[in-house]
Design a protein around this ligand. Sequence first.
Ligand code: ATP
Length: 256
Amino acid sequence: MTSANTMPPSVGTPTMPQETAIEVDDVRVTYGEVQALTGVTLQIPEGRVTGLIGMNGSGKSTLYKAIMGVVPLDVGTVRVGGETPARARARGLVGYVPQSEDIDQAFPISVREVVMMGRYGHQGPLRRPRPVDHRAVDAALERVELTDLADRQIGQLSGGQRKRAFVARGLAQGARILLLDEPFAGVDKPSEAMIVGLLRELAAEGCAIVVSTHDLHALPELADDVVLLLRKVLFHGSVAEALEPEKLALAFGLAS
Ligand SMILES: Nc1ncnc2c1ncn2[C@@H]1O[C@H](COP(=O)(O)OP(=O)(O)OP(=O)(O)O)[C@@H](O)[C@H]1O
């Protein structure tokens, strides 16, 4: 078992030292009898895309919930941008792009309204959008190339377009840390390429991007680093090393 916390720079990424965006220290989370995470210690840097890989039930969603501060920790601490998760969320530092199954597609809300949700933290209690909020929403829609579909109901988009809408919500929010849960599941190839390109751009602008995915083929183009998770961190390091058969066998429970 290897744990490499030294992260080699990959081609095209800056080599200057990066700040830690997310710091997870010795975290354990249990649901009744189920130990979802145990002894998880991890530093996620700014300016890089980190792939989060693990089999079903390995704790990926739970790790996101711990980073968002929406699941109680048995032990351990999480810091997000140097803040507690709750404070980081309140400040809009962290944006979450949910799995498709977690999105109620029948909910009557337009693409523009989904993206405007990212501005709630910037608005007063009446949530009345100001010109600055509309500008942020327009810019985010343009960046994910959904301007033409802004008034469509979210349920009337393709899987890939829906993902892009939620990425735009994070952009409108001004999040510097983005957590994406299976962004390529049920997504057409052009949308996947667009999302990969956008995430690479955001990382180059200094954002910390974490992407959970089953799509190992996407990793070389997408990620700078990979975390292999199976209730604990099995490996954190380069994409090439993470894709070595013996490492994947450990992560997917195939090792004897
Ligand atoms: N609310 C809950 N109550 C009880 N057990 C839970 C709960 N949420 C998750 N679990 C269990 O915790 C473990 C980790 O689940 P988690 O959803 O974090 O995994 P995951 O890696 O995101 O899985 P997937 O890839 O299937 O989404 C699993 O055994 C799961 O069954």
